[in-house]
Design a protein around this ligand. Structure first.
Ligand SMILES: *Cc1c(COP(=O)(O)O)cnc(C)c1O
Length: 417
């Protein structure tokens, strides 16, 4: 239905949260009616709760991996994964400067130091940064697949493994995205997912760890369940590791029920976004002076947010202003900022000073934690325009996005002439 201006009403962005329906309701009701809210046991000893277990089974099958473990959030999954592979005081972990808060804080909370890396125009970690940032203290690289597009995993994994580093894949923003014919989360040593509200599939809160390594799996389970390794897990792999003091990052059956219904919708959501993007990207590709986000593997992209670069920050702001007037959503929605612009990096503090990334530095922010150390990330992230798509977007909405970018492009071209 068009309003008086002749354009379709502004669609609401959002993926999984916009697709909540009867499937989520029925699984949640099932959990409530049985009264079994805790994943490891319920009211009837002969009938163990099955929802978290079912989702883990489907995550294993989807990724073709032997182990998946649900936890309370993506951040918890990151902390458990880093701890599981042995990241701790004295270690450095390479992290893209442009990534979510947890990618920095999870490293700090292990007692290690995050070493920030430039992103390239794909907005993912630039593989060339691994050689530049390598030190005798480097123990892992935390790769983020930013907003639906895989990082260049062949280059990153080979450079990291050659040096004996762990590769931790953060798939929170790209569940179901692929790279060279395999899903993200299967390329590194351990991977995480998030089911937070803004993510493509959501349970409000929730997360998961994926791995093919039994030792990493056992340590992730122990890290997320107070050091325990319950009989449920013995069936997947027998315990070989000593207990240790873990955290408590368990998921509830209720959250798992929502996440299970949502996970089953992922292929449909991804397909919908691919259909929408196919209406928009070819039209944007023809516009001079406008550069689309390059990706490592175009076939694997889960395109729920489209990015293009213009020549400078002021032009990007002008595109946003004019697109917004036309009813096109174009605010940057991920809440991502480079870490060096965030307060925790600027203070360099941790809850305890022994864990502070600023420790050992005479002045702070030290080199490597200042905007001037990241000219490329600064440049790129100031001059893109982000166009979110969504489950509620129609093909007409996609056509309106494309036509609006074309119109703004023509207007700005004219005002330059
Ligand atoms: C959202 C997100 C996380 C953290 O997930 P939570 O479930 O919110 O803790 C981690 N990494 C990236 C890249 C994210 O976008």
């Amino acid at each position: 239905m068009n309003d008086e201006s002749g354009r379709p009403p502004r669609p609401r962005p959002g993926l999984g949260s916009m697709a909540i329906g009867a499937e989520e309701e029925s699984l949640v009701l099932d959990v409530l009616r049985r009264g079994d809210l805790f994943r490891y046991y319920g009211n009837d000893p002969d009938r163990p709760p099955a929802i978290a277990a079912k989702l883990e089974e489907e995550l294993r099958a989807f990724h073709g991996l032997p182990f998946a473990h649900l936890v309370s959030s993506g951040t918890a999954a990151l902390e458990a994964s880093l701890a599981a592979v042995g990241i701790g005081p004295g270690n450095e972990v390479i992290v893209p400067a442009w990534s979510w808060i947890s990618c920095f804080t999870a490293v700090v909370r292990c007692g290690a130091v995050p070493v920030l890396a430039e992103v390239d125009a794909s907005l993912n970690l630039d593989p060339a940064e691994l050689a530049r940032l390598a030190s005798p203290r480097t123990k892992a690289v935390l790769v983020v697949h930013y907003q639906g597009a895989a990082a260049d995993m062949e280059a990153i994994v080979s450079a990291a493994h050659r040096r004996g580093w762990w590769v931790v894949e953060d798939c929170a923003e790209s569940p179901g995205a692929g790279y060279k014919g395999r899903p993200v989360g299967t390329w590194g040593d351990v991977a995480i997912l998030s089911f937070q509200h803004n993510k493509p599939v959501t349970a409000g809160e929730g997360g998961a760890v994926l791995t093919r390594d039994p030792r990493t799996y056992e340590r992730v389970v122990r890290m997320s369940d107070l050091g325990q390794y319950r009989p449920y897990h013995h069936a997947l792999t027998e315990p070989r590791e000593p207990a240790f003091s873990g955290g408590q990052y368990r998921i509830s059956e209720l959250a798992a029920a929502v996440a299970l219904a949502q996970w089953r919708k992922l292929p449909a959501i991804r397909e919908h976004c691919r259909n929408l993007a196919a209406r928009i990207l070819p039209r944007l590709a023809t516009l001079s002076g406008l550069e689309l986000r390059p990706v490592a593997d175009a076939d694997g992209v889960f395109p729920f947010e489209l990015y293009f670069y213009v020549r400078d920050e002021a032009t990007a702001a002008e595109y946003r202003r004019r697109l917004d007037v036309r009813g096109v959503n174009c605010a940057q929605r991920t809440g991502t900022y480079p870490h060096y612009h965030r307060d925790y990096a600027q203070t360099g503090a941790a809850a305890h000073p022994a864990f502070a990334p600023s420790r050992g530095h005479a002045s702070w922010p030290a080199p490597g934690f200042r905007p001037e150390d990241f000219p490329r990330t600064e440049d790129l992230t100031r001059r893109f325009v982000a166009l979110p798509l969504g489950w509620k977007y129609t093909i007409a909405d996609a056509d309106h996005v494309a036509a609006s970018v074309e119109a703004v492009h023509a207007e700005l071209d004219q005002s330059r002439a």
